[in-house]
Design a protein around this ligand. Structure first.
Ligand SMILES: *Cc1c(COP(=O)(O)O)cnc(C)c1O
Length: 404
């Protein structure tokens, strides 16, 4: 498979230049195999799953359940019933806060949240804390963007009920010590909710090996269509959770005066599902495994080294987080230049990168900055992309009239 041929969008010209797409942490592009698979579903198998006895509806149901099994294998869940389909990572994390937090957290309980969390992994817990009189304790990273064992040991106490942590922060890009956190959390009797939105496309995510209780990610950051996400949960834990939405397809029985929920995972999958997105996610997993996760990691690692080495050579560039354990993401500022100006200049050269607070405002405050730029990698990026980016980056200050 030639990767270039799979991603037609990368042949698009931006501002008369070849598109260099370095905003993969926001969303990835889609290989042809994923798009073909979605079209095949809609042209051959589309019906409302779980609702018809006719053959077509059965095929749609099969597609829905086969995709679930594929996801379960991909993240090494013990059973496919531990995989809940959601719209995206945000919905999955909200489902945990509502379905678990609002049920099992009370006054004086503590929720440990990393300060680098994406708003989607933080705000739902802030809301639970406010509603329940619980306390949030934040984990703070060291200057290399790492959560030290000392910090983890001090923040997780016998009062801790939940620890919310990203596998990789979408700003710092450093792989967090999830297993260690899980060890401390479990010793304290707390559960670990992992946000693997960023890690899922870059490194192996094995929920059993990481020993997390719940985990969430979006399909669209790993080459699948938008509108499909996943919540993984240990089945006993899922069974202790309430649904976030009620209605069609998620109940066992309804009478005028009573109702009972369906078993998991259907209890959480209210209404008509995005089966097209789910088969797209299945195809995206096929795509990733066809290339090989280790090969993807190696390729991205090489690009990361080139980018970091090049950026470290330039004066006036601040990089957030150290180099060690970094995957997929580099956030930075060019001194005295607003990130939006950097992004605009980059765009004029066909380079798509992100500038802003990256849905991580508390982290921006902790770092003492308002916003920053971010480049993020995917399998289709090339050495040439990185060299072009470095070339433009080295010119930014001069273009802004600030000398070199
Ligand atoms: C993108 C992202 C999210 C939210 O994903 P959505 O698809 O927008 O719901 C959550 N956490 C992290 C770390 C992310 O990068």
């Amino acid at each position: 498979m030639k990767i270039d041929d799979e991603f037609t969008i990368l042949r698009v010209q931006e501002n008369g230049k070849r598109l260099i797409y370095l905003d993969n942490a926001a969303t990835t592009q889609h290989p042809r195999s994923v798009l073909d698979r979605v079209v095949r579903y809609y042209t051959q198998d589309n019906a409302n799953p779980h609702r018809g006895v006719y053959d077509l509806a059965q095929r749609a149901t099969d597609a829905h359940e086969t995709a679930r099994k594929r996801v379960a294998r991909f993240i090494n869940a013990k059973r496919s019933e531990e995989v809940v389909f959601t719209q995206n990572c945000s919905e999955a994390l909200n489902l945990v806060a509502v379905g678990y937090g609002m049920e099992h957290i009370g006054e004086g309980d503590e929720i440990v949240v990393a300060v680098s969390e994406h708003h989607s992994s933080m705000v739902p817990w802030q809301r639970v804390a406010k509603a329940k009189g619980a306390v949030i304790r934040y984990l703070y990273p060291d200057k290399n963007g790492r959560y030290t064992e000392k910090e983890i040991r001090e923040k997780i106490t016998p009062e801790t009920r939940v620890v919310a942590i990203a596998h990789i922060s979408n700003v710092l890009g450093i792989v967090n010590p999830v297993r260690l956190i899980a060890e401390y959390a479990h010793k304290a009797g707390a559960i670990v909710v992992l946000d693997c939105a960023q890690s899922i496309s870059h490194i192996r995510v094995d929920v059993q090996e990481l020993d997390v209780d719940l985990a969430a990610f979006s399909g669209h950051k790993m080459y699948a269509p938008m509108g499909v996400g996943v919540l993984y949960g240990r089945s006993d834990l899922l069974r202790s959770m309430e649904p976030m939405l009620c209605g069609g397809d998620m109940i066992s029985e309804v009478h005028e005066g009573s109702y009972s929920w369906a078993d998991v995972p259907r209890r959480f999958e209210t209404g008509t599902r995005n089966v097209g997105g789910e088969v797209g996610l299945e195809a995206a997993i096929d795509f990733v495994e066809r290339i090989g996760r280790d090969r993807i990691a190696e390729h991205e690692e090489r690009l990361m080294e080139i980018a970091l080495a090049g950026m470290r050579k330039l004066d006036h560039i601040d990089i957030y987080g150290g180099d060690e354990g970094r995957k997929g993401v580099i956030s930075f500022n060019v001194r005295d230049v607003h990130p939006h100006d950097v992004a605009t200049l980059m765009d004029s050269e066909g380079i798509a990168l992100r500038a802003g607070h990256h849905c991580a405002q508390p982290l921006m405050e902790y770092l003492g900055i308002g916003s920053c730029c971010r480049i993020s990698l995917a399998v289709y990026n090339t050495e040439d992309d990185i060299r072009t980016f470095l070339g433009v980056l080295s010119e930014v200050r001069r273009w802004m009239g600030l000398g070199s």
